[in-house]
Design a protein around this ligand. Structure first.
Ligand SMILES: NC(=O)c1ccc[n+]([C@@H]2O[C@H](COP(=O)([O-])OP(=O)(O)OC[C@H]3O[C@@H](n4cnc5c(N)ncnc54)[C@H](O)[C@@H]3O)[C@@H](O)[C@H]2O)c1
Length: 338
């Protein structure tokens, strides 16, 4: 059985949808704490799927996680669960240390205790943010030293390194992926793209950090999920795989593109004080995964972003339920007081 942690979040839920299309017979256990970012409604289309189980719980709760391993036949893990928003990590780093670092170690330890030699596979979903900031040229490679800037990226870098230490020290079967900025459906509207779509749709001002010229490499979530699946299937244990899309865009370019698509005025843009420790540029070299596993990004950015904007516009009730908090009721309706 494949344990997916954080399967109710943005990327985790897209990954489960992809798995269902590609692996209809795979037994999946989705473990998610349903924090503010966890939305079980992201998987509502899979309701009644007998091969998909959901369990609500905290990856940092060792007793709970150990019990889960004793009662379920888990032989693979894709680990998404994390606090994921940089701004929140600046306001309150503590929960990032607990969920992202301690939670990862609890999972590693439970798997290590339960898997015999030669058994199991753990995919750690890490991020390009662990590398810190690039100057105007150059790319992050897997051997670029980690140099994280925010409590979020530092917590991910710690978890990433702890995973590697488990491989080197215990021969534990772990593979790390480091992906660039994702966009696509089901993303919580605190992140740039859904936030801008939402606010522009309501003719609200669009806050842009600093000069808006920070550069990210934007990848469609579907491409990221296919990359993770390729690593789950064939990644070499102990290795790190960068996953990027060769698609560098400034924040302001993304915002203008969305405004143009929505037919809204650029007057909505409002430059605000920069985020402390704001990384200037991220860019990825994905040669390793391309050459060794044959993975390549497939979604063209202009098509992907247009489809993403359309998805948020076509699903106003999803957005409204997230904003009003009504999405939280779905869990009690499905699972009662369990
Ligand atoms: N979003 C990106 O662009 C991006 C890029 C590269 C890597 N990543 C990584 O991918 C993973 C998923 O990112 P996302 O954007 O989907 O995040 P998200 O915030 O949308 O989802 C995170 C999920 O984890 C769950 N969770 C949080 N703490 C938990 C805990 N203690 N126990 C169990 N579940 C918990 C939440 O309820 C939520 O469902 C993260 O590890 C993130 O660092 C994200």
């Amino acid at each position: 059985m494949l344990l997916v942690t954080g399967g109710c979040g943005f990327i985790g839920s897209n990954f489960i949808h992809l798995l269902r299309r590609e692996r209809p017979d795979l037994e999946i256990l989705n473990l998610d704490l349903l924090t503010y970012a966890g939305n079980l409604e992201n998987l509502a289309a899979l309701e009644g799927d007998e091969k998909l189980q959901f369990v609500k719980g905290d990856i940092a709760d060792s007793r709970f996680v150990e019990n889960l391993f004793e009662t379920k036949d888990i032989d693979q893990i894709v680990h998404f669960a994390a606090e994921s928003h940089v701004d929140r990590s600046i306001l309150g780093p503590g929960i990032f240390i607990r969920s992202n670092i301690q939670g990862t170690q609890v999972l590693l330890e439970a798997a290590r205790k339960n898997w015999s030699e030669g058994e199991g596979r753990f995919v750690m979903v890490s991020t390009d943010e662990v590398y810190g900031s690039l100057g105007p040229t150059g790319l992050f490679r897997e051997d670029t030293p980690l140099d994280p800037s925010s409590p979020y990226s530092a917590s991910k870098a710690s978890a990433d390194l702890i995973c590697q230490s488990y491989f080197r020290t215990f021969g534990f079967p772990v593979v790390n992926t480091r992906c660039s900025n994702n966009y696509g459906p089901y993303q919580f509207p605190e992140k740039l793209i859904p936030l801008i779509i939402l606010r522009a749709g309501r003719d609200e001002s669009l806050p842009v950090y600093g000069d808006g010229l920070n550069i990210r490499d934007w990848i469609h979530v579907e491409d990221h999920c296919r990359g993770i699946l390729a690593v789950l299937d064939g990644g070499e244990l102990g290795k790190v795989y960068n996953i990027g899309s060769d698609n560098e865009r400034t924040n302001i370019e993304i915002i203008r593109l969305i405004l143009d698509n929505l037919g809204k005025s650029e007057d909505l843009i409002e430059f605000v004080k920069d985020r402390p420790g704001h990384d200037r540029r991220y860019a990825m070299d994905s040669t390793f995964i391309e050459q060794s596993l044959g993975w390549r990004p497939e979604v063209d950015f202009s098509e992907g972003i247009a489809a993403t904007i359309k998805w948020y516009r076509d699903n106003p009730e999803w957005l409204e339920r997230v904003i009003s908090g009504a999405y939280k009721e779905y869990y009690s309706r499905q699972y009662g007081s369990k």
